[in-house]
Write a protein that binds this ligand. Structure first.
Ligand code: DAH
Length: 367
């Protein structure tokens, strides 16, 4: 049978009959507390059971001493038991408080260590990205025209039929409207549409500005096209317009040739093919020798040696009538390029949708 623990016996049962014996008893208890205390780890579970063992309200050692030793102590020993018990209590409390602080400090330290920012570590690098291939092409086109005295203007994507068609010499029911079916703003069929080309800015510019005019107009345009590998409902254009008192067809041709050599390289040759646009007279399609085969014929130019670049021409005098320019004194030329087409041609891209899907694997190829 295990010995009854001393704290469950009375002072008399323990055989302590003098104050000295009581003091020794407490001194022994105190040192066994100290030994146990010293071997305590910071483990929260064992720390909790240690606390319960010594200070538990019902069966903790301190409570049991009060119950078993103090209450039933003989009269002459009661003062010394009470005194020693109080002293022991203070000792225990002080020791526990110190240990509690230690544990807290240790926990704080681990938390700080965990949260500490190590400034010497390399940072997370964010990819800045690159300019989109359409943007790069625009910048290239703008660079070329800015270098010969053109300036950039921009205009609204929501237009009126007047600027988009009428003032460009495309009256209602004109067949040139057929391939320019577009999106009308709901409820305003007559009043507003998404522009089908950047040409309306020719009119808006000449209305505001007296000649000389030398502008290029980058921007988005819209058409009700069925999407396929070369068509979408939206694409990018850059319009050009030069008007002055002495602009000839030679200036037009020279400018176009300069542009083609800048854009495709010094070996590229230019060809003008007769064409038709209501706002130019005469009108031309500008072709260049194929940049892939140099003109000898290949798959890209469908073995013709030529690539169609853009439409252009001398400004139709009828257009001057709409902006109150003097058609007798003024002349000029205009052109309109499909930027997506030019980019696809120059970089050998065969699918237009790739330009708008923003797949980084595609975009990264044009750093
Ligand atoms: N606006 C025409 C289109 O979108 C392109 C064009 C052709 C513009 C000839 C011009 C030009 O300024 O002279 O199809």
């Amino acid at each position: 049978m295990p010995d009854t623990p001393i704290v469950e016996k009375t002072v008399t049962e323990l055989g302590d009959t003098t104050p000295e014996m009581v003091a020794i008893r407490f001194a022994e208890l105190c040192s066994s507390f100290d030994v146990e205390m010293a071997s305590q780890s910071a483990d929260p579970e064992s720390w909790k059971s240690f606390l319960v063992k010594w200070t538990g309200r019902k069966s903790g050692i301190l409570s049991l001493i009060g119950e078993n030793w103090l209450k039933s102590a003989p009269k002459e020993l009661k003062p010394i038991v009470g005194q020693e018990l109080n002293r022991f209590k203070r000792h225990v409390e002080a020791a526990l408080e110190e240990k509690r602080r230690e544990i807290e400090a240790a926990a704080d330290e681990t938390a700080t260590a965990r949260d500490r920012i190590d400034l010497s570590l390399p940072g997370v690098e964010r990819a800045i990205g690159t300019r989109h291939i359409i943007r790069q092409t625009y910048e290239e086109l703008e660079r070329i025209f800015l270098s010969i005295g053109f300036s950039v203007v921009e205009g609204p994507e929501i237009e009126t039929p007047y600027y988009n068609f009428e003032a460009l010499n495309i009256p209602e029911h004109h067949p040139a409207r057929d391939n320019m079916d577009t999106f009308y703003i709901e409820g305003t069929r007559e009043a507003h549409l998404l522009r089908t080309h950047t040409s309306p800015m020719q009119i808006r510019t000449m209305e505001k500005q007296q000649p000389p005019v030398r502008i290029i107009v980058p921007g988005k345009v819209y058409r009700r096209d069925n999407p396929d590998s070369t068509h979408g409902y939206m694409f990018h254009q850059i319009e050009g317009l030069a008007v002055d008192t002495d602009i000839t067809f030679c200036d037009f041709k020279g400018t176009v040739e300069y542009f083609v050599r800048e854009f495709l390289g010094p070996k590229a040759k230019t060809r003008l093919r007769p064409s038709y646009f209501p706002f130019t007279e005469p009108s031309a399609e500008v072709d260049a020798t194929c940049h892939v085969c140099g003109g000898s014929g290949c798959r890209v130019c469908k073995f013709s040696g030529w690539i169609e670049l853009f439409g252009a021409g001398m400004v139709n005098p009828a257009v001057y009538g709409f902006v109150k320019y003097d058609a007798e004194k003024l002349s000029g030329f205009a052109f309109g390029m499909g930027v997506d087409r030019l980019a696809m041609m120059k970089y050998g891209i065969t699918e237009l949708p790739l330009l708008f899907q923003n797949d980084v694997r595609f975009l990264r190829q044009f750093p």
